[in-house]
Design a protein around this ligand. Structure first.
Ligand code: BGC
Length: 265
């Protein structure tokens, strides 16, 4: 291993990370990657604790440190108490937040119940805001630099029928991230969005289980295949690290070229 590779593998040593929705999919992969690179990691989850606990034991066994904390990111009280517990147990403020928790469920505009609209906006957008606010308060109070990485989507740019709420949450995330990047730059806190395309995770179970639907989606990807969660985790790990110091207020698309609209001629 070269000196550079070695440094890259430990580039998050001494940091305290929190990954929302960290028990499954892109979140789980990101927990593993940041932990392997030396960060102590809070695995946020909701519902069944088993997958989050599994992620924690995996890191423990590899010599890392992690804790699982249940919280609904759209609930202010639960977010505030998750951050204070993280601070107590990890001995300082979170300096690397990955806003990964996200949900989606298709409805045409004319059929969209308000409750479903609110749920998606609540988790995907309000949840990111609540967690970023707590993380930024902690870093600013302690005078610690850091990074906030939001898992956005190609749908911060590509309109998607039946997913108006989801597109609104991701489009909102784009300008919100730019705005807070400006506010937080003087505190040496960077804010970056990572926009995955179609990735092999539980949110895409339907595509994974139906080869014909998957083939249709893969037609929309110049690279010709769905992405892997590790490919997103690797991007997050680089973006949150020192080599990406000059990257803030922008979105990095990791989508096999999906945003180039392969069928538009
Ligand atoms: C959605 C996936 C979808 C992908 C590409 C993601 O943001 O979560 O369900 O396959 O975008 O359309």
């Amino acid at each position: 291993m070269t000196a550079e590779q070695h440094a890259a593998t430990r580039r998050h040593a001494g940091r305290r990370a929190l990954v929302t929705g960290g028990a499954t999919g892109i979140g789980r992969s990101t927990v593993g990657r940041l932990g392997a690179e030396g960060a102590a990691v809070v695995v946020n989850y909701i519902g069944d604790p088993a997958p989050a606990e599994e992620a924690v034991s995996e890191l423990d066994e590899a010599g890392g440190k992690a804790i699982a904390v249940q919280a609904d990111v759209s609930n202010e009280e639960q977010v505030v108490s998750m951050f204070s517990r993280a601070r107590e147990e990890l001995g300082g403020p979170i300096d690397l937040l990955v806003n990964n928790a996200g949900i989606e469920k298709p409805f045409l505009l004319v059929d969209m119940p308000l409750e479903e609209w609110n749920k998606v906006i609540g988790v995907n957008l309000t949840g990111a805001f609540l967690c970023a606010r707590e993380a930024a308060r902690g870093m600013i109070d302690a005078g610690v630099p850091g990074a906030i990485v939001n898992i956005s989507s190609v749908h911060e740019q590509i309109a998607w029928e039946q997913f108006g709420h989801y597109c609104a949450s991701k489009g909102g995330m784009k300008l919100w991230a730019g705005t807070i990047a400006k506010e937080l730059a003087p505190h040496k806190i960077r804010v970056v969005n990572v926009a995955p395309g179609a990735i092999l995770t539980p949110i895409n179970r339907d595509l994974i289980e139906h080869p014909e639907k998957r083939a249709e989606v893969e037609e929309e990807i110049p690279w010709g295949r769905m992405g892997k969660p590790e490919e997103i985790a690797a991007t997050v790990a680089w973006l949150a690290g020192p080599e990406a110091e000059y990257v803030t207020g922008t979105t990095i698309f990791v989508d096999g070229g999906m945003t180039q609209y392969p069928h538009f001629h």
